[in-house]
Design a protein around this ligand. Structure first.
Ligand SMILES: *[C@@H]1O[C@H](CO)[C@@H](O)[C@H](O)[C@H]1NC(C)=O
Ligand SMILES: *[C@@H]1O[C@H](CO)[C@@H](O)[C@H](O)[C@H]1NC(C)=O
Ligand SMILES: *[C@@H]1O[C@H](CO)[C@@H](O)[C@H](O)[C@H]1NC(C)=O
Ligand SMILES: *[C@@H]1O[C@H](CO)[C@@H](O)[C@H](O)[C@H]1NC(C)=O
Length: 407
């Protein structure tokens, strides 16, 4: 016996509701799986208030973090107009004002809703260390002025502080090793791995008025004042770090350096200018620097038109670097090739700021990754249409069952 008309229509409507319902479910699941909302991005700002100038660095990282330390990249580096904040002793308010231009540049890159949540720090180094030695009340006034200026801006300002030379060295070491992927590295298999400790590199930094050396020593550190301990990515590090303030110890050196450090003075820039950043031997570096220094000023000026601003400093700073590395730190012809002169590692400027930020992001609470079902509009419309079809078919089937009078 075949099905009656009523049973045939009922079965057809039931089948249609099943197909439409299943389609809606599949659309929902497929879309939800492929369009997981990307992780929120967080931002942080660090002002590096150096002796000759101030720089702003804007960093960003995903809100969900790896073992308590953010995966941070550099979104902006901005050079503040004018001299370092320690030069504003006679007009401290101007020190605060000078930071506004770069801060505005950074704010453009931060979504409005994130700005108030963006931790902002100012760290001052050797220039302010020297000013504090000379006249501590002037240094205090400058800190008060920059704190007031940044406190008024639409960010989460955490404070301005004077970094100890040791911190500067340790944070520089963290920056370099983070950038080179020797602290933690994203592997081909998509996991975070910790490379062996032998891969860690030391860091040498020549700032405007101080120089730092930081490395993991082969043996125990006897002088505890040169030891810095910290924990990153769930593991403990103990480094030797020493900072030398260039001024103050020796008036002769001080007078020589006063000219040297105005606005620039840095291992990388000097050696880059002298074409010595591609692993040349010590003898080549020595010969190149002496050859450059012995050229007549007329010849030098003619060879590098338009570069006169720094040109007069390259000879002195080249000789200073050579002396510092060879006679100061004891690098020899054999160990010299292990020095790499670099400005950046993985798109991040080498300096203490990223390490400082990395350390501080450990204090910013990690949020749950956002897992909204963020369907795209067309798929959402199709899902709703199939849901409505399902409903219509189900209601139709019910109506057939209830109201269709059997033939
Ligand atoms: C420090 O600076 C303040 C203000 O510029 C000045 O009044 C004071 O005499 C200075 N102190 C010293 C020890 O130079
Ligand atoms: C993160 O922590 C876990 C557990 O403490 C550890 O097994 C893993 O190696 C750590 N990852 C890194 C990259 O240090
Ligand atoms: C560095 O090399 C460039 C070309 O590669 C050359 O023009 C320049 O003169 C060199 N600089 C020095 C200081 O020798
Ligand atoms: C990083 O911050 C912690 C406090 O959160 C501190 O104990 C530690 O010494 C800092 N690391 C360095 C290298 O200063």
């Amino acid at each position: 016996m075949g099905l009656s008309r009523k049973e045939q229509v009922f079965m057809a409507l039931l089948g249609a509701s099943g197909v439409a319902g299943l389609t809606a479910l599949i659309l929902f699941l497929v879309e939800a799986a492929s369009v997981l909302r990307p992780t929120d991005i967080k931002f942080g700002i660090v002002f590096d208030a150096g002796s000759s100038h101030t720089s702003l660095f804007l960093y960003q990282w995903p809100a969900d973090k790896e073992n308590g330390t953010g995966v941070v990249s550099q979104a902006l580096a901005c050079q503040v107009e004018g001299p370092g904040i320690s030069s504003y002793a006679s007009d401290p308010a101007q020190a605060g004002e000078s930071l506004q231009g770069c801060l505005e540049e950074a704010l453009v890159l931060i979504p409005e809703a994130q700005r108030r949540k963006t931790p902002t720090f100012l760290g001052a180094t050797a220039g302010m260390r020297l000013l504090r030695q000379k006249n501590s009340s002037q240094a205090r006034d400058i800190f008060a002025a920059v704190t007031q200026a940044l406190g008024r801006s639409p960010v989460d300002f955490w404070g301005a502080e004077l970094l100890a030379g040791q911190d500067e060295g340790a944070f520089g070491w963290i920056t370099v090793n983070y950038g080179l992927g020797t602290l933690v590295k994203y592997s081909f298999t998509g996991e975070w791995i910790r490379p062996p400790e032998e891969m860690l590199v030391g860091a040498l930094d020549l700032g405007g008025a101080s120089t730092q050396i930081t490395f993991v020593p082969g043996g125990p550190i006897l002088d505890k004042s040169t030891q810095a301990d910290f924990r990153l990515y769930g593991s403990d590090y103990s480094v030797y770090t020493h900072s030398y303030l260039c001024f103050g110890r020796d008036q002769m050196l001080s007078r020589l350096l006063t000219g040297l450090v105005q606005a620039f003075s840095n291992f990388y820039y000097t050696f880059h200018f002298l074409n010595l950043t591609s692993g040349q031997p010590l003898s080549t570096a020595n010969a190149t620097i002496w050859e450059f220094c012995q050229r007549s000023w007329k010849l030098v000026e003619a060879s590098y038109p338009g570069q006169d601003r720094w040109l007069r400093d390259y000879c002195a700073s080249g000789l200073y670097i050579l002396t510092l590395l060879r006679d100061g730190y004891g690098f020899s012809e054999e160990t010299w090739p292990s020095i790499q002169f670099r400005k950046q590692a993985s798109g991040v400027d080498i300096g203490w700021t990223l390490g400082y930020m990395l350390n501080l992001t450990g204090m910013i609470p990690a949020e749950e990754p956002a897992q909204w079902w963020a369907q795209s509009h067309s798929v959402w419309v199709a899902t709703v249409v199939f849901l409505v079809l399902t409903l219509v078919a189900v209601l139709g089937a019910a109506a057939v069952q209830l109201f269709w009078v059997q033939d």
